[in-house]
Write a protein that binds this ligand. Structure first.
Ligand SMILES: Cc1ncc(COP(=O)(O)O)c(C=O)c1O
Length: 484
């Protein structure tokens, strides 16, 4: 070997040793971690096995790594004394003193906790999501639509999907042109885009109350005032109250969940839908109609949408496949009537487009007829779950408790005796591994303190204990307050 070669080899093994020592100092490999094997390192750094052996020898001598027989090289537990990494965000003890925004965030984040009984957020039952079928469809559409599946699905979005949606809406008594539909990231984005299009900060929106808690947060964040219109737990929105609000307040939009609403689980009748659309038309107030649960009817037919009575293009119909197919697919849509151009623009500037592969997959699922079969199955299952959960509530909750009678979806609204504080029950339940949605998050008022919404999708005999525990605690709280 000539001198020049030797020098080069010398620097090479030092280079390798320095590189590995550097990775350890930066924390890429920590005490106890296995470092890449001699063979891997030789391939990665494109140097000979011998060079790596010498480099690792140097690191061993410097007590930075150690060899373990039959296993490889590991970072030595005792690293040279480097000060601890900064810990600017040490974990805080869990606080149950939450603002309503924090509570809503907690309700959503708790979905990720497999240890909790998920009676809180209104998410579908995992075993009623056709996961394997979807994964087959997804890989098949990715294969068949290679370029399309990786390109932007520029709004209005996938045409096949829009055609399928338009066809299905005929069953809701509603004729929509596929060219009027815009695909969104779920129904939440559909409603958000509608509000952004119609309203300006400082405007006022009338909402059917109580209402899905994310909508309250959304309206507040957009700087909109909320006028809550009272609703009956059996027949929905009180039109008289809405009329009064329209007469007395300058209202720019009305937001209503027309079918199997969240949180009551009930629908407004056809009559009322017609009157609602006519009343709003008289005041030239657009209606944002959320029909996310419309396909989850326990009966044979799905209900109509208020949009069917719209003559002026002033009903912005919003929905998604989050409850019926998969919430994580984030496939929703809006048919915004005469507000089409505005909503399209809002969609483009908000996030350009919705994901392409899931649009293709949902279109395929709808087109193949698999969706109808799936819907029949989950509707039966949810009907049974809501039935059994209601019975269990009747059995375990304190006397005087009332529950709604949903005809679809999987939300169940529970009104407990006045003395029971839903927030107190939420806190106790949370500590015992059960999440529930306390009534107060569904309103800006204090009117629903003694109420809860339960996610019936997670009812099973296995989770019956959780209803029993909730009932016992509610009874305790009711009794305690009687003695005060
Ligand atoms: C009534 C209602 N609208 C909208 C949403 C949000 O739906 P998505 O996940 O499709 O955005 C939900 C979710 O629970 C809901 O209950």
């Amino acid at each position: 070997m000539n001198t020049e070669m030797r020098i080069k080899t010398d620097t090479l093994y030092r280079e390798v040793a320095d590189k590995v020592a550097g990775l350890i100092a930066q924390g890429t490999f920590r005490a106890g971690d296995k470092v890449p094997s001699i063979r891997q390192m030789s391939r990665q750094m494109k140097v000979s096995i011998n060079t790596i052996k010498v480099a690792y020898g140097l690191l061993e001598d410097a007590c930075i790594i150690e060899a373990k027989p039959q296993s490889g090289y590991y970072v030595r537990p005792k690293l040279p004394a480097i000060p601890e990494e900064p810990d600017l965000n040490p974990p805080k003890p869990v606080s149950l003193q939450l603002t309503s925004t924090e509570l809503v965030i907690r309700l959503m984040q708790d979905i990720l906790d497999p240890e909790k009984v998920q009676f809180g957020a209104a998410i579908p039952a995992p075993d009623l999501i056709p996961e394997q079928k979807l994964s087959r469809i997804l890989s098949s559409v990715n294969r068949r639509h290679g370029k399309e599946s990786v390109a932007y699905a520029i709004p209005p979005g996938n045409k096949k999907l829009r055609v399928q949606i338009a066809r299905r809406m005929l069953r809701a008594g509603c004729s929509i042109n596929p060219g009027e539909i815009i695909i969104t990231n779920g129904a939440a984005e559909a409603v958000f885009l509608a509000l952004r299009t119609i309203c300006r900060p400082g405007d006022t929106v009338a909402v059917g109350s109580p209402i899905y808690f994310n909508f309250i947060q959304m309206l507040k964040e957009l700087g909109l005032n909320i006028v809550e219109i009272a609703s009956s737990p059996s027949t929905g929105l009180h039109l008289k109250s809405l009329k009064l609000a329209l007469q007395q307040t300058d209202i720019q939009a009305c937001l209503v969940i027309s079918n199997f609403n969240n949180p009551f689980g009930i629908s407004i009748s056809d009559d009322k839908k017609e009157q609602l659309v006519k009343l709003l038309a008289r005041y030239r107030v657009p209606l944002i109609e959320d029909d996310i649960n419309g396909n989850l009817s326990f009966g044979d037919d799905r209900p109509t949408v208020a949009r069917s009575w719209d003559k002026y293009g002033d009903v912005l119909l919003c929905s998604s496949f989050s409850k019926t197919i998969a919430p994580g697919y984030r496939v929703g849509w809006i048919a915004p009537g005469r507000h089409y151009e505005g909503v399209l623009h809002q969609k483009l500037i908000t996030n350009i487009a919705s994901a392409s592969p899931t649009q293709l997959a949902v279109a395929d699922f709808l087109e193949s007829g698999g969706y109808d079969h799936h819907l029949r199955h989950i509707r039966r299952e949810y009907a049974a779950k809501i039935g059994s959960m209601s019975e269990a509530i009747g059995h375990y909750f304190p006397k005087g408790t009332r529950v709604t009678r949903p005809q679809g979806g999987f939300a169940l609204w529970v009104e407990m005796p006045r003395a029971v504080d839903g927030m107190q029950l939420y806190k106790e339940a949370w500590k015992n591994g059960i999440t529930i949605a306390p009534g107060t998050v569904f309103s800006t008022t204090d009117d629903f303190r003694n109420c809860l919404r339960l996610n019936g999708a997670f009812w099973s005999e296995k989770n019956k204990w959780a209803i029993e525990a909730l009932g016992q605690k509610a009874t305790e709280l009711a009794t305690k307050s009687q003695h005060l």
